[in-house]
Write a protein that binds this ligand. Sequence first.
Ligand SMILES: *Cc1c(COP(=O)(O)O)cnc(C)c1O
Length: 429
Amino acid sequence: MLNIKNFLPKHMEDRGLLSLKENIDIINNIIEQRKVPKKGLKEEHIKLLLRILSFMDTDKDPKVIQIGEREGRVLTNLQRESVFDFCHGVGRSGNLTDPQPKAPGASIMYKLTNKILESFLKELGLNVNAIATPVATGMSIGLVLSTVRKIYKSDVVIYPYAAHKSPIKATSFVGFRMRIVDTELFGDALKVPVDNIEKAIKKEENPVVLSTLTFFPPREEDIVDIAKLCEEYDVPHIINGAYAIQNTFYIDKLNKAFKYRVDAVVSSTDKNLFTPIGGAFIYTKNKKFLKEISFTYPGRASANPIANTLISLLYLGVDKYKELMKEQKRCKKLLDEQLEELCKKIDERVLKVKNPISTAITLKNSLDVAKKLYNLRVTGPRGVLGNDKFGTSCLKGYPYNYLVVNSAIGVKEEDIIKVIEKLKDILLN
Ligand SMILES: *Cc1c(COP(=O)(O)O)cnc(C)c1O
């Protein structure tokens, strides 16, 4: 290791080196094991790991001679820090996950991230291959669609309607047509009848189905039935699972769907893993398809979203994440109880929709509740008018106006208690 001979008495030198070794070992273990740690790492160890890896990039070689047009010439430290000094980014033009000759460190960082991500998903019960992507959910769906076109010649997305603009824009971004299959009312829930998806499949020559696992109520989706259908008709099936890995309800559904046809699932790193917005991850049982996705990405990418994913996984560890999953469930239960109670007082009701994250209540009049909550410094709740076609996930409209309140991973009991208090302030006078 370091030559510190003759500075100190031998036993102190040994003591110092032992301490240093223990710390280096933490990093070495991660690189050797390539698995998500059970117990999260300290920030300083993560920082050291990133520092060591970024020192491996050629732009850090003190004797390097740089004559390319792209040499990681970054102007300020502010900019360097924003990418953890991985100035060359990740990927090689033509393949996102290929090693970049100028950046051995960043290339290792990316491979390590994907390995750790896979082991993390395995810990959650998802036995899949996975890659972290340097773009958010919508763009990652675009990446997957583009890959589907390359392999299966698909040019039309069959979209069981969910009112989110990202997947809709991803579809037009990659130049696909979209055939929307509208939802219908089943009790309070809005669902797309699988028969209608089947009819849509029959009408198209080379379709791909884009289903939505995670959505706010009253929308529900049975991705397992859709996966069965896609298997039967040999149609590619992409699942938008934006915030799917935080709750076992979704993980169970994914595992059931994986028994049939699922080409890829896309989830967000900010919604599931507490990163700043800008990253996602794609996972599948089909390793070859994943490789093709990586081939589809044009050019190099910023290392920032990938490093952010790695940081979250290392910092959290499995134990902390599972603890947060439990807390999310507790909070959702509390939210449901509190909303039930509130609804009784104001002659409204909780919509009967299966959703492990969000709860919706009817609201006859107070349509500006969400706005009032915002002004009371509450963010997140969503007020939707029944006749807002885009808002309700049903082009025919929905019988009620409603308010959606979320209990997503990272939420704390006090957040739930406070939002209920604010709701009472608004609705009970
Ligand atoms: C959050 C979310 C997205 C997000 O897309 P971004 O591109 O990450 O903004 C897409 N679809 C659904 C259903 C979502 O909940």
